[in-house]
Design a protein around this ligand. Sequence first.
Ligand code: AMP
Ligand code: MG
Length: 347
Amino acid sequence: MKKQTIGATGAIILFLAVILCSCAKAEPQSVSFQSMDTLMTMKVYGGDSDLCDRLQQRITELDTQLDATDENSEIHQLNQKGTAKVSDDTADILERSLRLSGELGQAFDITVYPAVKAWGFTSGDYRIPDDNELKELAAKIDDTAVKSENNTFTLPDGAMLDLGAVAKGYAADQCGAILKESHAAAAVLNLGGTIKLYGKKPDGSRFSVGVADPDNPAGYFGYLSCEGGVVATSGGYERYFERDGKRYIHILDPTTAKPVENGIRSVTILCDNGTAADALSTALFVMGLDKATAYYQAHPDFDFIILTDNDNLYITEGITDDFTLSNGYDFTIKSVEIAATQTDTSR
Ligand code: AMP
Ligand code: MG
């Protein structure tokens, strides 16, 4: 009899514990902080109780190593000395970036830093370099000449690295590994507009990601529904200056060292891999619509949403039905198809 009573009490305690536990899991942990020059906000369901702290710590650590403008960072040291041995983290992002750069051709180049600096995008002291200076700057942009061996990187003469186009995507991948390790159920990490979507939401619904309106970046011109991955957006609206009515944006064409002017207002990428998503958003912006479309058709392992100056919205066929235009926007949606004859899934 006594045994049975204890058993019943035990069962009740166990039942309550399960209820309490599942309630705790349904309540997300969240955190907001400033890193990588932007505001980051995170919402995490399940996993260890210090998970948000660990994610924040990891991103802060990466920022400290990778920020070219920070005199104490490894990238700054490498840029100053021309050769340096770096940590495993820094070596990893550099190797990945160089590989992506090889795949993306001249649209993407991590030795763009001297040009970014010359235009004033690192300091806010904006200026327009003259044609001679631009020629010299463009001649120095060539990340195919970066050498590496056992974490020691050597830059070609006069070259300097800028990981601004990939750091947030890489951070998203690193956070993904931590979420997995600590058995999180789901997470939405907004790393300054690069969004990592992880796991399954408690109510089973799909994630919905707003795509920033370049004319009013606090608002969204539409929403993309998806099951996971990383959504990265590049747009001139993120950093630019104006002179004599003309806008100069922070995304540069490595072949000319000049800000891109090709009729694109923003490029949003959905891809499982964050580093690739981030590199692709920058690179496809530089490529322009036709080359971006051709690139996608040859490597259809990601999706894009490209907004052009004439209010056309080009969306790859894999996600056309998952996109909803917000009320009040009359953009013309054009679905971009995979041309079967050009398919090459080797990437
Ligand atoms: P994102 O916002 O991801 O498109 O990255 C833009 C940032 O990457 C700029 O602020 C520059 O620091 C750097 N950048 C600009 N143009 C390029 C380029 N063509 N390839 C690689 N990095 C670039
Ligand atoms: Mg990018």
